[in-house]
Design a protein around this ligand. Structure first.
Ligand code: ZN
Length: 384
């Protein structure tokens, strides 16, 4: 699952750089918190960890003030330059600036990226397709000279279908990022280019991703990630009826809502912010099982999952009620503040009832909820 992997990847990169297991654990913990709290608010970019020469200091500089030194105190045997960085001395990475528009890749964001690509690629025959990951370069030949038929998001992966039965598969994980630029232009980025599709008018460029493949139709059908995906709530053929049917499948009944809503085999494309928001709209708590909440509540869950995800796609990630969001925006609140019902709003008043929003961590991932609007197990069961 893509979201959990994000923190692990960053922790891995850091530990590979520092070669220190003790640091890895602490890096993982700190990064998991950043991912939960800040990536989704577009405050932090992980561009820094894309480079093997990253300085831990660069990452630390992006952490909220207050837990920078505590969260990642370096061990005594850590290489000296980085101890210096952790003490606050300047290091070569000091000029680093995070991207202001770092995107949060859940289903709605992936679909919007696919829309941008489709506008410039669909129906075009690329002049050149470059696959730059080691071990993949020779496979680009299969795609040369073939028209592009469609760009299709599948949960958090993206498929570019070429005529002749080949598809280009990419999964951005945390760190991958697509750019679309006019032909001959290059985006200003320090990232590594991994895939480039050049048409006469545009270039579609994928940076930093490491999960890229050229697949035949047969390979597509056997693909381990694609093959296991549940209904994609943004898929063109997925309907509310599909969502309603999914929540009545008994094989999911013993699972908690917290775990199900991040499981791509249940619904594809959901991630951490959508989970908290869907549960809030459905007035359900994360710690009950699907089987325990009763039929009426399961249908509320299906409706909320469908509606919230669709709105997030249409409205650039806004999951709050649209009228309320417009009002709050007019009052001068920032996007991060008016965007959600509960996600990343711990301690702030619920928009409905003013009860402070609470945060709990389940398997290292944050869930935000209103204890009044989303009552616990006993009340919920009665209500259902
Ligand atoms: Zn409330």
């Amino acid at each position: 699952m893509y979201d959990g992997d994000r923190a692990e990847y960053v922790g891995f990169e850091l530990s590979a750089y520092f070669g220190h297991r003790g640091l890895f654990d602490r890096a993982f913990e700190a990064v998991a918190r950043i991912v939960d709290e800040h990536i989704d608010r577009a405050d932090v970019s992980f561009d820094a960890v894309d480079h093997s020469a990253i300085h831990l200091h660069q990452l630390l500089r992006q952490l909220p003030i207050g837990w920078q030194p505590r969260a990642l105190r370096l061990p005594a045997d850590c290489p000296a330059p980085h101890r210096g960085a952790a003490r606050g001395n300047r290091c070569p990475g000091d000029g680093f600036q995070p991207y202001p528009d770092a995107t949060m890749p859940e289903g709605p964001e992936i679909r919007r990226a696919a829309d941008r690509l489709e506008r410039v690629l669909r129906g075009r025959t690329p002049d050149r397709v470059e696959l730059l990951l080691p071990g993949l370069t020779h496979r680009g030949a299969r795609l040369q000279g073939r028209p592009i038929l469609a760009v299709q998001p599948r949960a958090k992966a993206l498929l570019i279908h070429f005529a002749g039965g080949y598809s280009l598969y990419s999964h951005n994980q945390l760190y991958g990022r697509w750019y679309v630029v006019r032909a001959g232009k290059t985006p200003r980025t320090g990232r590594s280019l991994r895939l480039a599709i050049h048409t006469r008018d545009h270039s579609a460029l994928l940076y930093s991703a490491t999960d890229i493949a050229v697949l035949s139709e047969a390979e597509l059908l056997r693909h381990p990630y694609l093959g296991r995906l549940g209904p994609d709530l943004l898929g063109p053929s997925t309907t509310l009826a599909d969502a309603r049917a999914r929540v009545e499948e008994q094989r999911f009944f013993r699972r908690s809502l917290a775990s199900l809503l991040l499981d791509q085999t249940f619904f594809a494309g959901l991630g951490n912010y959508l989970r908290s928001e869907i549960l809030h709209v459905a007035a359900l708590r994360h710690d009950v099982t699907l089987g325990a909440i009763g039929g009426a509540a399961r249908q509320r869950l299906a409706e909320a999952a469908y509606a919230v995800t669709q709105q997030a796609y249409r409205c650039r990630g806004v999951t709050n009620e649209l009228e309320r969001a417009a009002r709050l925006k007019a009052q001068g609140l920032s996007f991060a503040r008016y965007r959600h019902h509960v996600f990343a709003r711990a301690g702030l008043g619920c928009w409905n009832c003013e009860t402070p929003v609470q945060r709990v961590d389940v398997s290292g991932r944050a869930i935000f909820f209103c204890p009044h609007c989303q009552p616990g197990r006993s009340r919920q069961t009665r209500k259902a």
